[in-house]
Design a binder for this molecule. Sequence first.
Ligand code: MF3
Ligand code: CO
Length: 270
Amino acid sequence: MVTLKSAREIETMRRSGKITAKVLTDLMKAVRPGITTRDLDEMAERGIRELGGIPTFKGYHGYTASICASVNDEVVHGIPGDRVLREGDLLSLDIGTTFEGYVSDSAVTVPVGAIAQNAQRLLDVTQECLMVGIAQMQKGNRLGDIGAAVQAHAESHGYGVVRELVGHGVGRAMHEEPQVPNYGKAGTGIELRPGLVLAIEPMITEGGYAVEILKDGWTVVTEDGKLAAHFEHTIAVTETGPKILTLRSFGEHPDVVKYTPEAERSGVSA
Ligand code: MF3
Ligand code: CO
């Protein structure tokens, strides 16, 4: 069942999203060679709780951390630990907050120090994939319009679109219906209506799109060992277009201003 959220619920989800956005921004700024993924996880949990939220991931199906930290060929769901980040690594950070019962979910991929040109290109195109997906979140469009747009953009650059993992509805639970694939056919699927809140999260690979799960039961890696990137926002469909509930004032794609109400624009540095 797909649930539509009221304006009031979306307002609460925006407050949840602001916590996610602020803590994710702090993590992005803290990333540098020499720190461990556990350092980032500890910073995240502290940050979320200080702002009155609960780390959504912690305890989710037995997951033990507050963020996912996925390095290089790790696509998503890397478990924070002793791993020391090194210059040139590509790091994907995924974080979720529960606030007043509502979940917000967001992810970014960031460079660790100076990275290779091919890694930067993958990062940039994956963020663009998220933007073209969000642009489809207009009332009257269909769910398949999102995946089709993301897939077309990724494949036009020769990249792979991960099939086994998808975006999702989000609200009182982190994972609600519908599933939101990053591939598909325009004009198919459910109609997008005001009040629908989705987490769109393209997972894009430099090589093939096949993935496997490591023995830890969580970490998803590319089968061919090539790089992957991941960006995610929690977004509401409104009468006037998409509203990004996890919008950050740092490190956003310039196109983000199109999906940002006037009142919030001043804080956005694209
Ligand atoms: N953000 C991820 C998603 O959208 C959730 C991380 S899995 C968890 O599916 F177990 F860590 F929560
Ligand atoms: Co998600």
